[in-house]
Write a new protein. Sequence first.
Length: 252
Amino acid sequence: MSFFFSDLLVITKRNFLATWSMPIWIVFSAIYPILWLVLFGGLFSNLSIPVTGINYLTFFLPAMLATTTVFGALWSGFGILFDQERGILKKIKTSPVSPSATILGYVIASLSGVVFQIIVILFIAYLQNIKIDHLFVKILPLVGTVLLLGFGLSSFSYFIALTLKNQQLLITIVNFISLPMLFLSSALFPLQMAPKYIQIIARANPLEHATILLRKICIPNYIESFPIMSVIILIIFAFIMYALAFFAYKKD
C-alpha cells in the first residue's frame, strides 16, 4: 500500500507540473468559464424559469459548474497521448510503477484544472451578485460532486485515448459526446420543458445527475428530497470508467 501511494504521488506530481507549466493553458482555462457565464448567462439574465420561478442565472450557475467539468475533463486523454508519442508512457510502463497508480495519477492531475475553473466560476458569480447561501458550508459537497463527475469523464477520456491511440479520433468523439450531453440534460432549461424522449434519455446522462445534485446543494428548495440515486449513479459511472481506463492501460 505504501508503494502504491508513493507511485501515485510521483505520477500525480509529474502530470500536475506538466499541465501547469503551460501559461497559455492557464489563460484559456480561465477564459472559457468566463465566456459561458458572462456572455451566455448574460444573454438570458433577465429571464425567469417558468417551472421554478427563480432567476435564470441562479438556475444556470450550478449547471455551469457541471458543464465546465464536462468540457474540461473530456479533453484529459490528450495528455496521455502526448506522453505516448514522446516515449514517456513507455518508460513509465517499463518501470515498477503500479498501473492502477499510474492511471489514477493521470486522472487526479487532470482534475486540478477542473477545480481551477470552478474557483473562477464562483468568483465571477460573486462579482455578478449571483448568491449561493452559506457557500462555505456547501463548498465541500459542491466540489465533491464536480470531482466525482470529472473523475468519471477523465477516466473515459483516458480509456478512449488508450484504446484508439489517435488524436483525431479523440477530438471527433469528444465533440460528438460533449454537446449531446449538454442538450440532453437540464443544464440550460428544466427538463419539464423538453420533449418526453429527451426526459427519458437524460436519466442515463451523468451531466444531468451532477446538475441535479449541484442545484440541490446551491438551491435547497429546487427539489424536495435529496437525490441519493444521482449520487449512486455518479459513483457507479466513475468506477466503471476508471476500470475501463485501467484495463485499456494494462492491455496496451
